[in-house]
Design a protein. Sequence first.
Lengths: 174, 793
Amino acid sequence: MSTPVRVTLHVNGVEHHLEVEPRTLLVHALRDHLGLTGTHIGCDTSNCGACTIHLDGRAVKSCTVLAVQADGAQIATIEGMAHDGELHPLQEAFWNDHGLQCGYCTPGMIMAAAGLLAENPNPTEQEVRHALEGNLCRCTGYHNIVKAVLDAAKVKAATIAGPSTPSEGPEVSA
Amino acid sequence: MSATATSGLHVGQALRRKEDPRLITGRAQYVDDITLQRTLWMALVRSPEAHAKIVSIDPSLALERPGVHSVFTGDDLGDLGGPLPLAWVPPGIEVNNPEHWPLARGAVKHVGDPVAVVLGEDRYSVIDAAEDVAAQYEPLPVVTDPEKALEGPPFVHEQFGTNQVHQWSLGGGDLDAGFAEADVIVERRIVNHRTAGAPIEARGVLADYRAGDLTVWSATQVPHFLRLFLALLLGIHEERVRVIAPEVGGGFGSKLQVYGEEVLAAWCSRKLDRPVKWIETRTENMAVAHQGRDQIDYVRMGAKRDGTVTALHVKIIADLGAYNMLLTPAIPSLGAFVMSGCYKIPAIQTDITGVFTNKCPTDAIRGAGRPEATHLIEVTLEQLALELGMDPLEIRRKNFIPKDDFPAETAIGVVYDSGDYEKTLDKLLEHVDMDSFRREQEELRAQGVYRGIGFSTYTEICGLAPTRVVGPEGFGNQAGFWESAMVRVHNTGAVTVYTGTSPHGQGEETAFAQIVADKFGVDPEVVEVIHGDTGTGPEGRNTYGSRSLAVGGEALARCANKIAEKAKAIVAHNLEAAPEDIELEDGKFAVRGSPDKGMTLAEVAGAAYLNKVPDGMEPGLEDTSFYDPENFVFPFGAHACVVDVDPETGKAKVVRYVAVDDCGNPINPMLIDGQVHGGIVHAIGQALYERVHYDEQGQLVTGTFVDYALPTAAEVPSFETDRTVTPSPVNSLGAKGVGEAGTIAASPAVTNAVIDALRPLGVSYINMPLTPMRVWEAIAEARGAGLQGGVPA
């Protein structure tokens, strides 16, 4: 174990100061240090996308980023998607369209889809399928996931994205 | 019992799921999300060799690492009550069954076989330390080809003097007469290759032994089985063991197991008096979570010139890997039970030979024996149609069991509960216009696009498993599997139900709430479904084999009926009416003819807990039911798959898929469609992309998701699904299972479609997986053969 490093992460609008091993993956910093266990891990090779979060506004796989690389960055996770008890349109659409079964891939799917809709608010079915190529699901056959993303785009295309709002919350040390 | 229509206020409705709010907000708790103070992390040292003697294991370097607490090997586990369980074997035979310990003793038998366990203070340091454990091996000869393995040494387990695990046959009818009667006999060697369950959540365990009580959280489908075997292997009284399956991220059969890691974590927690957590990496999961399929099927099908099938003989070589796990040798037998498919075949014989190889063991993976059986039946039938120059749908209609025959006994002696195969196929053809398809196919070929269509008309066996059918009086197993339910109506009329099933994505919290809500005239919102915890509710038999609704749902319906009867008696008592005059109407148990005179469930519960009940009746409103079905249930359907094959690259892609399924009365159609979609993609994965591959040295080539190609959203289309409804007479819901149907149906449809596409190129048969390389080679070979025959390619 090498000397811990201090990093600052702005997660879902809250600033956190952490001490981590230099090799700590961002996903483990989120899960084990901050207790944000909604972000999951499904593989060792960046194929499954269960760990997808937003880093400075872009969907990335948090198993492939070191926590130290995210120092100072704005991070959004599944826990930050609903506001004031109101679900994000993607969450609502996944629920309405049965876009999940076991739910394990779901946070990553929703974050990846949010990344897509931020860049392309009105995608075609094929664009959705290609954008989600990096996220594996074994339960749904993708049919209802794709439907949910298209429905969410219809409902509220203009207001998707946004989870990388600047920190306004209190400072919290972890 | 006759089936009753179950369509009610909530049953039959596509209600969105009660499970989802926690799952879409990141608030669900899977095993790795649960944290206990003072937890030690566990990591395993695994064999890099496929077959070797363990010479020595030196943990000293690992123990020097900061944060490392202990290292144990197989020798330290001498106090275990026994090896890992093989619980079910095909009836009436002897099975070669080597001891299989949580940590290997003396020798390793496949890559990933664990030899030591490391415990330490954090997630990363134990993985480092596991790499520091110096294990020395003396390699032994390796066997990976199951057919070669049957010929003689080397043996996976020397003590048996053979690699054969078992032989088991099931048949009926006069096979010789059937083949003598045949004008045509089609023979194929059908390879149903090895696949992985690959749930996106790999396995994980958190074990906490404190003051004599053991609590284990595990990503399992079978908490009740796990509790029993943990108690037996660790020598702890069963009542002091509690197993909780928290949120479980998919199973697909791979979590229907009692795994060594589960036993180890519990053993280490007791040994060290601290909680112990193990979270499997994907690389481990690919190497050691049990795998599925892996059969070589020698199929002979005889038929008359008009397409009438007269006999079917199937010899299955089943590669079971290095050990028997919970159900390993029983899995191919499940296929033998449905070897008649949905056809009237007068003589059928299935001969199964199980074989040891130096590979990960196989066991139940989604469908478990039935996908293999359906694949060989549906593919061989289309091969027969080709041979006879018949339409592939016509040959099916020729052989369908007619709807008037139900309940229909097959030559094997299995009785199908209900079916109407013509109706389902007719409905499929409402979606697929064959004339226009064939025209389009011609036009596309002219443009160099090879499009093909393939079909699968399947039936399968689910609702595991009626004791009357599989038990001593039936096929001769020890017993079948019932299911339990407990219903508790609270003071306020809110309801908690406990089911012995253990869903992990199927949506039972919603579907079961719908069933109960209609029994009581309440909203499903106030019905909570508790599952997957042996510390609550009655003993259970868990979730697998598409059994949860047909067995567990029926247990629940029966239990709710008992409560409804009691409620009626309480209402009659309080309203001074006769119990037989009370009926459920508009959310009230009301007096017939006076709908305003009645009591809601909340009012009934109030009376029940205030003991305003008839003389001699117990207060309270709670009951338990156990239900062992009369028979299996047999869902069926008709699927069509359209593929495009690029002859230059060999790449096949599914461009359209239509599925018409019949799983009896639908409880929640949205959940049914979801199960079908996922099942289909599971089978498309096997047909086109996925293959667990070992090289000749027994090294696993497909050890990660980089090499093991699960289909992504970009590989598959949206699906067209439809339904027919043929209720099951077996249970009062009229329901059948649907969790495995898509997987059972789809691989032959895809395979037949690829063959249909390639026929103009001279390819008439090809084995899965239909990867670009294999398809390209088949085309090249056919072209070569064509040239030899004097026909230019």
